[in-house]
Design a binder for this molecule. Structure first.
Ligand code: CTP
Ligand code: MG
Length: 178
């Protein structure tokens, strides 16, 4: 059931992937994972998917999950009237989630290149959801994923994305509100 409890559980789960996906742009990567290779005249992944970005994503996922693991005992879980199903975080699952997020993001780029969408050009929903899907696939290798968590994060992520970009547009940090 989708309620405040499954919502809290889903929000707990999202941070390693959000961090990995959101911060990998700061890798300023140079070494393309596809090695510059093309398939049917288009790049396999494109110049925006780099080894440095992949590495930074895994590191960020690991660090965030480690932080969550350390913070867990200090959080007010007992305030909840029902026992929450909180996925136990540790460095390994963080690395897995970060890796899954970046791999999902690469899958999204591979699809964009096949559809002839250039690097950096928008592909609505695909751009926002590819990393979440990747995270769920990899996390499901080691923990049981509730369908509610998937629904919540798949709906919530594009909404947050739109809201954040809208604010950035109003603050004149972006030229388009999406
Ligand atoms: N990035 C990276 N390595 C990755 C993923 C992302 O170096 N594995 C960096 C790149 O500098 C990229 C930026 O993060 O440009 C933003 O990522 P994203 O929006 O996913 O890439 P785009 O440049 O928009 O390319 P695409 O069209 O393939 O999504
Ligand atoms: Mg992009």
């Amino acid at each position: 059931m989708i309620d405040i409890y499954t919502f809290i559980e889903a929000v707990w789960l999202m941070w390693p992937a959000y961090g990995a996906n959101g911060l990998c742009m700061f890798a300023r990567g140079k070494i393309p994972i596809d090695g510059g290779q093309t398939w049917r005249g288009k790049r396999i992944l494109g110049p925006g998917k780099t080894w440095e970005g992949l590495l930074l994503g895994v590191i960020v996922g690991t660090l965030i999950a480690t932080f969550q693991m350390l913070a867990y005992p200090f959080l007010p879980w007992s305030a909840s009237p029902v026992a929450l199903d909180i996925v136990p975080m540790n460095p390994l699952i963080g690395a897995l989630m970060g890796f899954g997020a970046i791999l999902g993001d690469m899958g999204g780029s591979a699809i964009k290149r096949r559809l002839n969408i250039e690097r950096g050009k928008p592909a609505p929903l695909l751009d926002q959801l590819d990393f979440i899907i990747g995270m769920f696939i990899f996390a499901s290798l080691v923990v049981t994923i509730k369908w509610e968590w998937a629904v919540i994060l798949l709906v919530m992520t594009p909404v947050i994305h739109l809201a954040a970009n809208g604010v950035a547009y109003l603050l004149k940090l972006k030229n388009v509100p999406y």
